[in-house]
Design a protein around this ligand. Structure first.
Ligand code: NAP
Length: 302
């Protein structure tokens, strides 16, 4: 039996990973959560190093997938201690514990390790994060590599997928403003048209991770840094237009050509996915198809 521990299984990406891996015969998935444990998710605070060590020792997994993180740039900016505890120190603790039991560790990172000025970015392009979130995730990558020689970093861009709350993703978080702008007395919703993103569907990422785990199960574990990205560039204004179409709303959207975020964000961090593609790994669901699945499963109630 091939056993995978998914850390942060209650999050946007973690849920998709558990759904995908749960379909594998002969695989056992042990899932953890922090504030949202349930019958299928064990409570584990990854800041509690002795608890992490005990968990990994008791479970003795073949692989550990770290999807737990503080991923909100504004929170990381205002609470760098929390960002460090989750995105750096906990990665080190988990990877060291996994290494002791011979498990492969896959840690999720972000395109925000780059400054966005010179896309596309290769796994070995020089990182230069612009904000506290990107800095903490870059340190987390280094912590992983220092803690195990059986480790892999998977960098990802903006994610969206089956959701339990619009705010879970920067894609679906646009829905309330789009809907409000379509109301009879609705004011136009101003949308960033400056930053270029490559929205990536969490079930596709989960499929990629399953393929990576299959390689490990065959004794061909991928080590070092790999990247995966959707291939449809869009700014938030364009994402909003496509969401409005999918929702069949006559939204009033105004593009804003200059960045408006309080936290500095990169312009275009397009991640080259070639290393995984060369291994025959990958799947890309078209944005319009995927977003309709997301909206249908969590319908907007106006
Ligand atoms: N979302 C994006 O657009 C995006 C883009 C690029 C990369 N990433 C990376 O992808 C990964 C997954 O992100 P996501 O969007 O799925 O994040 P998310 O939805 O915010 O989920 C975060 C997960 O971390 C868990 N967690 C929080 N504090 C914890 C603690 N103290 N101990 C243990 N677990 C804790 C949460 O558990 P509870 O919910 O149970 O509290 C949840 O399962 C992260 O590494 C993120 O940096 C995300």
């Amino acid at each position: 039996m091939f056993k995978v521990a998914v850390i942060g299984a209650s999050g946007l990406l973690g849920r998709a990973i558990v759904d995908e891996l749960g379909q594998q015969r002969d695989w056992q998935v042990v899932a953890t959560a922090f504030s949202r444990p349930d019958a299928n998710r064990i409570a584990l605070d990854i800041r509690d190093a002795p608890a992490v060590d005990r968990f990994i020792e008791q479970q003795a997994p073949d692989a550990v997938v770290i999807a737990a993180a503080e991923r909100r740039p504004d929170v990381c900016e205002h609470n760098p201690e929390l960002a460090r505890a989750l995105n750096v120190d906990a990665v080190r603790t988990l990877a060291a514990a996994a290494h002791r039991c011979g498990a492969w560790t896959l840690s999720i990172s972000t395109d925000y390790v780059f400054d966005g000025a010179h896309p596309p970015y290769q796994p070995d392009s020089a990182p230069a994060p612009l904000n506290a979130y990107g800095r903490s995730k870059l340190e987390g990558e280094r912590a992983l590599m220092e803690s195990t020689d059986l480790g892999c970093v998977l960098r990802l861009p903006l994610l969206y997928g089956p959701t339990v709350d619009w705010a879970e993703s920067a894609v679906t978080s646009l829905v309330p403003a789009i809907a409000a702008s379509a109301a009879p007395d609705g004011k136009p919703a101003v949308m960033d048209a400056w930053a270029i993103r490559y929205p990536t569907f969490t079930p596709d990422v989960a499929f990629v991770i399953r393929q990576m785990l299959e390689r490990h199960a065959r004794g061909k574990a991928i080590r070092g840094i790999v990247q995966w990205s959707g291939d449809e560039p869009m700014n938030k204004y364009e994402i909003a237009v496509r969401l409005a179409e999918a929702l069949q709303l006559s939204a009033h959207l105004t593009p804003q050509a200059t960045p408006a975020d309080a936290t500095p964000r990169p312009h275009n961090c397009h991640l080259a996915s070639g290393r995984l593609e060369a291994l025959g790994i990958g799947r890309r669901t078209p944005f319009d198809t995927a977003i309709r699945q997301v909206l249908a499963a969590f319908p907007w109630r106006g």
